[in-house]
Design a protein around this ligand. Structure first.
Ligand code: DP6
Length: 392
């Protein structure tokens, strides 16, 4: 009788938020960047993707279900990931005839986020990292996280950094084949576990210009961008690695804010210009400046990706100051944890800053540095090959 067994593996993968930003491709097909980048992996208790990869001779076609909805697997980037993973499995099978022939079977991939899509957070990094890790586990590939980062990178650049926890660099590499464009751990979460992030969600709407197309326009038209990749980012990478090694928050924060500003300046210098930050984002910048001024030192850092949400990094020891500055403005919103409720600091914001934040922020997420992908025995595919949901 034919083997119709359903083979399964499940993993969770985290979101990461860059403190030195990836922006620009030197090779769009291989997804090779114009500069290195560095990120903090965020805790999966608050933000994670759970993916089950399964395969069976009983499956007729490759299928991906994302938050319960069928999702396209036909895109060139996803196909590149699947092809590489299957090739690696096929190489193992050709060396060991006793292995089941998984590479030739169709895949059923089921994926769920533990945060609402309405949170307006980019989930492609966690999504591709989870997809690649789950299939690699299903295929029992001996690949290291750095080796898998080369595959996840082809799905979405920032995804390569989500294969690790803690503080992670994506080394841009110099080879034309991209085999040295990979993620490495700069420091584990345990090296600096006090790092926290408060996310101010300023928009639940889908972003106007996707990062993929935005960065292509910047590379093609911005003069400022040339200075960023030649000079600004190499300096920021070095300073950031030093700041993380020394657990120097003031240095970490300054590079984080300067690099975010530099990235958004190249967006404004794109022709026609691209604006990801809005009035709410700018009010968050002013709020962080007011907090640092009141503290008399740098205790908070803002950063913005390709959208208006503010991510504010701070250390646990300063939580009363940072959370106490924002909580009174946003106490009605979802997302506050017990430790923040009722906090009030004496930081004074300008009236315009307070009112913009109060009216513009729609939810908060309190999180912090966390671990990389975790294998789990929670499955989103049943033993007989049917999708199951954990959130129903
Ligand atoms: C601003 O990784 O989404 O968040 O490789 O085209 O999928 P693609 O782009 P993506 O870009 C992320 C850009 C960023 C900065 C960063 O995460 O480093």
């Amino acid at each position: 009788m034919a083997d119709t067994k359903v083979y399964r593996a499940s993993t969770t993968a985290p979101v990461n938020i860059a403190v030195v930003k990836y922006w620009g491709k030197r090779d769009a097909k291989l997804n090779l960047p114009t500069n290195s980048s560095l990120s903090v992996t965020l805790s999966q208790a608050d933000l994670r993707t759970l993916t089950t990869a399964s395969c069976s001779t009983a499956f007729q076609e490759d299928v991906l279900l994302l938050n319960g909805e069928p999702s396209d697997l036909g895109g060139a980037r996803t196909q590149a990931c699947l092809r590489e993973l299957r090739d690696r499995r096929a190489a193992l099978e050709s060396k060991d005839a006793s292995l089941p022939k998984l590479a030739a079977m169709r895949l059923l991939l089921v994926s769920e986020n533990n945060f609402p899509t309405a949170a307006g957070l980019a989930s492609s990094a966690a999504g591709f990292a989870a997809l690649v890790r789950a299939i690699a586990d299903l295929y029992e590939l001996p690949s290291s996280p750095t080796e898998l980062s080369l595959i996840a990178r082809q799905g979405s650049g920032s995804a390569c950094r989500s294969l690790f926890g803690g503080y992670v660099a994506w080394q841009m590499g110099s080879q034309a084949d991209g085999l040295d464009s990979q993620a490495v751990e700069v420091a584990p979460a345990s090296h600096w576990p006090e790092m926290r992030a408060l996310i101010l969600v300023a928009s639940a709407a889908k972003k106007g210009v996707s990062s993929t197309s935005g960065m292509q326009q910047t590379v093609a038209t911005s003069g400022l961008f040339q200075q960023r990749i030649a000079d600004v980012v190499p300096r920021n990478m070095k300073s950031m690695e030093d700041a993380v090694a020394a657990r120097d928050f003031a240095a970490f924060a300054e590079v984080t804010m300067r690099d975010s500003n530099s990235f958004h300046a190249t967006c404004a210098d794109t022709y026609p210009p691209i604006f990801y930050m809005n009035d709410i984002s700018r009010a968050a910048v002013r709020a962080v400046e007011a907090i640092n001024a009141a503290a008399g030192k740098t205790v908070a850092a803002y950063t913005f990706d390709a959208g208006p949400n503010a991510v504010v990094y701070y250390l646990e020891e300063n939580k009363d100051l940072i959370l106490g500055a924002f909580y009174p403005l946003l106490e009605k919103l979802d997302g506050w944890k017990d430790g923040a409720k009722g906090l009030k600091s004496n930081v004074q914001f300008d009236e315009a800053v307070s009112s913009t934040i109060t009216s513009g922020v729609s939810r908060v997420i309190m999180t912090g540095v966390g671990e990389g992908p975790q294998k789990t025995d929670v499955y989103l595919v049943s033993e007989d090959g049917k999708p199951v949901s954990t959130s129903a």
